[in-house]
Design a protein around this ligand. Structure first.
Ligand SMILES: Nc1ncnc2c1ncn2[C@@H]1O[C@H](COP(=O)(O)OP(=O)(O)OP(=O)(O)O)[C@@H](O)[C@H]1O
Ligand SMILES: [Mg+2]
Length: 466
C-alpha cells in the first residue's frame, strides 16, 4: 500500500500521542490511586485508634457490651464505615452494623492487630466491589486486650478514579484526532514542492528540456532543490540545443558534397559519354569531393569521441619537441604544395604531462589553418616555451588575418569567416572547434591575436596536470 507523506506523518504522531498519553495516564493513575488509599488508611487508623482507646476500659466486662456497641455505632455514623470491637479471642463484642455480635472473626488484619500490629488491606469482593479491611490493637496498659476492626467501602474512590481515567482517554483520543488532521494538512503542504518536482522531472523525461518550476523557490531545502533543478534543466536545454544544431549543421554540410558528387556522375554517367579530358577532369573532382567528405566524417568522429569520453585524457610525460617535429612533418607536404615554409622554434626540448595524440591534433589543425590562410611564399612558425609552470604553444602566420569581430565565432562548429572560399580551402569550420574542446579538456586556454592583413598568432596555454 502506498501511503502519502501526510498519512505517514499522521500515523506517526497518532502513535506517539497515544503512547505518551498512555504512559502518562498509567503513572498518574497509579499515583492517584496510591495517594487516595494512603489518605483513606491514615484517616481510618486515626478513627479506629480513637475507638480502641475509648473502648479499652469496657472490653473485659460483658455488662458493658451495649455501651461498646453505642461507641462503635457513634464512630460509624461520624466516619461512614463499619466499626467492630473484638476481644482478645477474636469474639465480636460490638458491631456498628449489629449482625456480627457473638461471632469469632479471624481475618488476617484482626490476627495482626491481636499481635499488636496495625494492618490494612484492600480487597475486591464479588458482591461488594472494593473494600478496605483495617484493624488496630486495643491496649490495656501494655497488654493487647482486643482489636478494633473497620471495613470501609472503597467503591466511591474507585468510581472517581475511573472517571479520571475516562477523561484522560477522551482527551488522548481528541488530541490524537486533531494532530492527525493537522499532520495530513502538513503533509500536503510539505509535499507540494515535491509534487511539482515530480511533474517537472516527468516533463524533462519526456523531452521538454527547458521546463522550469515557476514558483519562487523558498529558502528551505525544497527551495534549494528547486533552484538546482531549474539550473539543471537550463543546462540540459543548452546541451540539447547544441546537439540539435550540430546535427542540423552536419547534415546540411553533408548535402553539398553529396549533391556535387551526384551532379558530377550525372554529367558523365559512362566513360564513353564524354571525352577523355572531360572524364579525367570529372574523376579529379569526384576524388576532391570524396576527400572532403572523408575529412568531414573524420572530424565529426573526433568531436564525438572527445565528447563521448569527457575528461578521459591519456596524460603522459611527453617530449614536446618530438610532437612539434611530428606536426611539422605531417603538414610539410601541404605547405610545400602551397609554397609556404614551416619553422619550428624553441630553446630545447622539454617533457610535459599531456595527451600527446590529442595535442598533436590541436597543433596540426592550427598549422593547417596557418598554411591555408597564408599567401604563397610566407613562413609559418610553430613554437613552444615554458613560463610560470605553464606550457605555451604558438602558431603564427601572416595573411589576411581574422577581423576582430569574428574572433569569438571562429571556435564555433562549422563557422568559417569567408564561406565563399570554403571550396578553395577545403575546410569545414570544425578544426578550431576540435582545438578548443581538446585544450579545455586539458584545463588550458586558447588565445587569438590577429592583425587584419598582418600577423595572426594562436597561443595555447596548458597547465601542468598532475
Ligand atoms: N590563421 C588564420 N588566418 C586567418 N583566418 C583563420 C586562421 N585560422 C582560422 N581562421 C578562420 O577561422 C575559421 C575557422 O577555422 P577552422 O579551422 O575551424 O575551420 P576551417 O579551417 O575553415 O575548416 P577545417 O579546419 O574544418 O578544415 C576559418 O574558416 C577561417 O576563416
Ligand atoms: Mg582549420
Amino acid at each position: 500500500m502506498r501511503l502519502s507523506l501526510g498519512l505517514k506523518l499522521g500515523f506517526t504522531y497518532l502513535v506517539l500521542i497515544v503512547l505518551s498519553v498512555a504512559a502518562f495516564g498509567y503513572f498518574t493513575m497509579d499515583f492517584f490511586q496510591q495517594s487516595f488509599l494512603d489518605e483513606k488508611k491514615a484517616a481510618l487508623f486515626t478513627h479506629a485508634n480513637i475507638l480502641a482507646n475509648s473502648s479499652a476500659p469496657y472490653l473485659r466486662d460483658r455488662e458493658q457490651r451495649p455501651y461498646l456497641n453505642y461507641l462503635a455505632r457513634n464512630q460509624a455514623e461520624r466516619v461512614g464505615s463499619r466499626f467492630l470491637v473484638l476481644d482478645r479471642t477474636g469474639l465480636v463484642m460490638a458491631d456498628s452494623a449489629g449482625d456480627f455480635r457473638g461471632r469469632v472473626l479471624s481475618h488476617p488484619e484482626i490476627l495482626s492487630a491481636l499481635k499488636g500490629e496495625n494492618a490494612a488491606t484492600p480487597y475486591r469482593e464479588e458482591d461488594y466491589g472494593w473494600i478496605l479491611y483495617l484493624a488496630v490493637p486495643v491496649y490495656s496498659g501494655k497488654q493487647v486486650t482486643g482489636a478494633v476492626f473497620v471495613s470501609a467501602d472503597l467503591n466511591p474512590m474507585v468510581a472517581r478514579l475511573d472517571e479520571i481515567r475516562a477523561r484522560l482517554l477522551w482527551f488522548s483520543a481528541a488530541s490524537g484526532a486533531v494532530v492527525f488532521v493537522i499532520s495530513l494538512f502538513m503533509g500536503t503542504y510539505l509535499t507540494r514542492p515535491v509534487k511539482r518536482l515530480i511533474v517537472a522531472a516527468g516533463k524533462i523525461g519526456s523531452g521538454d528540456y527547458g521546463y522550469r518550476i515557476e514558483t519562487p523557490p523558498g529558502k528551505d531545502e525544497f527551495g534549494e532543490l528547486t533552484r538546482v533543478f531549474n539550473e539543471m534543466s537550463t543546462k540540459i536545454q543548452a546541451e540539447d540545443n547544441i546537439r540539435k544544431r550540430f546535427v542540423a549543421d552536419a547534415s546540411h554540410e553533408l548535402k553539398s558534397p553529396v549533391a556535387a558528387i551526384t551532379a558530377l556522375l550525372d554529367s558523365c554517367p559512362r566513360k564513353e559519354a564524354c571525352s577523355p579530358e572531360e572524364y579525367h577532369e570529372q574523376m579529379k573532382d569526384l576524388r576532391f569531393e570524396a576527400d572532403r567528405l572523408r575529412n568531414l566524417v573524420e572530424d565529426l568522429l573526433v568531436l564525438s569521441r572527445i565528447e563521448g569520453n569527457q575528461g578521459q585524457l591519456k596524460i603522459e610525460e611527453t617530449s614536446v619537441g618530438e610532437i612539434t617535429e611530428a606536426v611539422r612533418k605531417a603538414t610539410a607536404p601541404m605547405a610545400r604544395a602551397k609554397g609556404v615554409e614551416i619553422r619550428t622554434v624553441h630553446s630545447g626540448d622539454i617533457y610535459w604531462p599531456l595527451d600527446g595524440e590529442k595535442i598533436f591534433r590541436v597543433l596540426v589543425n592550427l598549422v593547417d589553418n596557418a598554411v591555408k590562410y597564408s599567401p604563397a611564399g610566407e613562413k609559418v612558425i610553430l613554437g613552444f616555451r615554458v613560463k610560470d609552470e605553464r606550457l605555451y604553444f604558438y602558431v603564427s602566420n601572416r595573411g589576411a588575418g581574422i577581423p576582430p569581430g569574428e574572433i569569438s565565432n571562429i571556435f564555433e562548429r562549422f563557422y568559417r569567416v569567408d564561406k565563399a572560399r570554403s571550396r578553395e580551402t577545403g575546410g569545414w569550420g570544425l578544426g578550431l572547434a576540435i582545438v578548443k574542446e581538446i585544450v579545455e579538456l586539458h584545463g588550458g586556454d586558447v588565445v587569438v591575436d590577429s592583425e587584419p592583413g598582418g600577423e595572426t598568432i594562436f597561443t595555447i596555454e596548458l597547465p601542468k596536470l598532475t
